[in-house]
Design a protein around this ligand. Sequence first.
Ligand code: DAH
Length: 339
Amino acid sequence: MRARLDQIREQVQAQIKSCDTADKLNEIRVAVLGKKGQLTELLKSMKDVAPEERPKVGQMVNEARAEIERVLEEQKTRMEKALREARMKAEVIDVTLPARKAELGHRHPNTIALEEVERIFVGMGYEVVEGPEVERDYYNFEALNIPADHPAKDEQDTFFVTGDILLRTQTSGVQVHEMEKGKLPIRMIAPGRVFRADEVDATHSPSFHQIEGLVIDKNITFADLKGTLAQFSRELFGENTKVKFRPHHFPFTEPSAEMDVSCFKCGGRGCRFCKGSGWIEILGCGMVHPHVLEMSNIDPEEYTGFAFGVGLERIALLKYEIDDMRLLYENDIRFLRQF
Ligand code: DAH
């Protein structure tokens, strides 16, 4: 019996040592220790052993079983380690390779300026809205008190799609869309792209951006307009900025004005930047014309309002001291990187 036991043990140990997969290892385990395994079979022949010998033989078998289990476990650990090492070798990472540099984009000066303007007006409780770039004549002209034969219509050289449909020449049409919604009061700004049949030069482009502003409520006066735009100018150009309103004419406002800000470069003394005048023209504005309110079903006896229109590029050029508008459209990364 002892001889048989030693034989099984040696044979199994040899098998285990040459084993190289987990499946084969398991097969060996079953063949030796399983229900019909060699050791189990051996135990069955216990009945042939003299009763006084049985405890001794039983102990021998148990020792053999324990040893085989230990060897199986060792082999399993060894195989797992080898597998892990092989994988580590295959997955080697060369940490000395230079990292791939993530190129960061740059926000466009227009975007920076727009976000700044939006921040200021949102801080004053305004909503930011948008309107369509392709407009009907009614929204771009007629409802803004610019009738078919009005000379202002020629001033804004328009790209027509059909007789009645055009690319908007100004964001002022968004005023009409908002008023038509019939929800009062209104406090909104409307940034967006506009189009005019202009030649490209340092100060003109066939496509540029405006920011429209509109406030409609009871008891809105020119004082509200002045206070609001003065505060806007101080936040945008610095707290010492002064504003000045010059009478002007727009068909959709009465009275109308153009607003200048004191030159933020020289503080108003006069320099190359403000062409010696100390002032820089910024925007057009005025009290919404009663006829414009009426056309959009707002009672001018009950409600009044003010409006303004700013050129976004103009703000960006001034704020970042860019002297040619074309730079804003070429998207030369060497230029954009500076902002
Ligand atoms: N829409 C005008 C333009 O394109 C700018 C403007 C002036 C807008 C006065 C207004 C305003 O809302 O009140 O020149």
